[in-house]
Design a protein around this ligand. Structure first.
Ligand code: AMP
Ligand code: ZN
Length: 116
C-alpha cells in the first residue's frame, strides 16, 4: 500500500518524525513542518494516493472523512469560530510538492483570498 519514495508514507511508517496530533484507522494528522499560518496541520490518508487525479469512486468516503477530521481538529485547536481554510493542492499549477494527497488545515490569522 505504501510507496517507497514517498515522504508522507515514511511519516506514516514512523521512518521520519512528525508531530502526529491525530490518528485513526484511515488517516493521520500532523503539524506542517513549514507552517504558513499559526495553525497549519496536514491530514493524510493511510493509503498512498499520489494526487486527486488518482482518486477512485470507492475513496469518496475517505476524502469526506479527511474533511470531517479537519473540522474536528479546527475545534480542538479553537479556530472553528474565528475561521479556517482547508485545501488540497493538485499537481504543478496547484502547488503540490508532496505526491501523497494531504488536506491542509490553516487558521489562526486572517487568510488572503484569492490565493496567489
Ligand atoms: P503541498 O505543497 O500541498 O504538496 O504541501 C506539502 C506540505 O508539506 C508543505 O506545506 C510542506 O511545508 C509540508 N512538509 C514538507 N515536508 C514535511 C515534513 N517532513 N513534515 C511535515 N510537513 C512537511
Ligand atoms: Zn505515500
Amino acid at each position: 500500500m505504501e510507496h517507497p519514495d514517498c515522504l508522507f508514507c515514511k511519516i506514516l511508517n514512523k521512518e521520519i518524525p512528525a508531530n502526529i496530533i491525530y490518528e485513526d484507522d484511515f488517516v493521520i494528522a500532523f503539524d506542517d513542518i513549514y507552517p504558513k499560518a499559526p495553525i497549519h496541520k496536514l491530514i493524510i490518508p493511510k493509503k498512498h494516493i499520489a494526487t486527486l487525479n488518482e482518486l477512485s469512486p470507492k475513496e469518496e468516503t475517505l476524502v469526506g472523512h479527511m474533511v470531517y477530521v479537519a473540522a474536528q481538529l479546527a475545534k480542538k485547536f479553537e479556530i472553528n469560530e474565528s475561521g479556517y481554510r482547508t485545501l488540497l493542492n493538485c499537481n504543478q499549477d496547484g502547488g503540490q510538492m508532496v505526491f501523497h494527497i494531504h488536506l491542509h488545515l490553516l487558521g489562526g490569522r486572517s487568510l488572503l483570498w484569492p490565493p496567489g
